[in-house]
Ligand binder design. Structure first.
Ligand code: AMP
Length: 183
């Protein structure tokens, strides 16, 4: 049973690594960013509410994302495990997740932190060309990461759930190290 949470700054390669591992282990890759982008595309009520935050590189309010994750983690395909990518992003979300998993009788699993230096991350994001990847928005997303999300590294280290992975190597190398770390 694999339950993994992926942490790391935007551009660290979380999405790619999470997807590769999820395919390999045949478990769902749950990316809150992907779910939100899909909702935005379909202009669902959730997407409409989330749009202005996403366009500015701000976090969508905790409650919206928490409801989304609560619903997703109750679907039957999560019985064999899951990889969460992009959630939690705040300490409040992490506390919520701990409580939710307790309620669902699931243990918290391991937390992978993909460690990549700032200058590398900015270069990767600029090269990615996603709609929300303008330089100003990228700068804001990094600020938000530092103030809101980076504290989760200590949060999970204190709970002895943290695995630090050097994300500043080739995609294949990261995958190899990652598989060894969670084995
Ligand atoms: P990502 O694809 O993970 O970089 O997420 C893209 C955008 O979706 C972020 O910049 C946020 O606006 C929003 N988002 C994704 N996950 C969360 C979350 N856990 N909490 C708040 N906002 C989120």
């Amino acid at each position: 049973m694999t339950r993994l949470i992926f942490l790391g700054p935007p551009g660290a390669g979380k999405g790619t690594q999470a997807q590769t591992l999820a395919d390999d282990l045949n478990i769902p890759h749950i990316s809150t960013g992907d779910i939100l982008r899909q909702a935005l595309k379909e202009q669902t009520p959730l997407g409409v509410k989330a749009q202005s935050y996403m366009d500015r590189g701000e976090l969508v309010p905790d409650q919206l994302v928490q409801d989304m994750v609560e619903e997703r983690l109750q679907q039957s395909d999560t019985n064999s495990g899951w990889i969460l990518d992009g959630f939690p992003r705040t300490v409040k979300q992490a506390v919520f997740l701990d409580e939710l998993l307790q309620k669902l009788n699931q243990d918290g699993g391991k937390v992978v932190n993909l460690d990549v230096p700032d200058e590398i991350v900015v270069g990767r994001l600029l090269g990615r060309g996603r709609k929300d990847d303008t330089e100003e928005v990228i700068r804001r997303r990094l600020e938000v990461y530092r103030s809101e999300t980076a504290p989760l590294i200590d949060y999970y280290r204190d709970r002895q759930q943290l695995l630090m992975i050097n994300g500043n190597q080739s995609l294949e190398e990261v995958t190899t190290v990652l598989k060894q770390a969670i084995a």
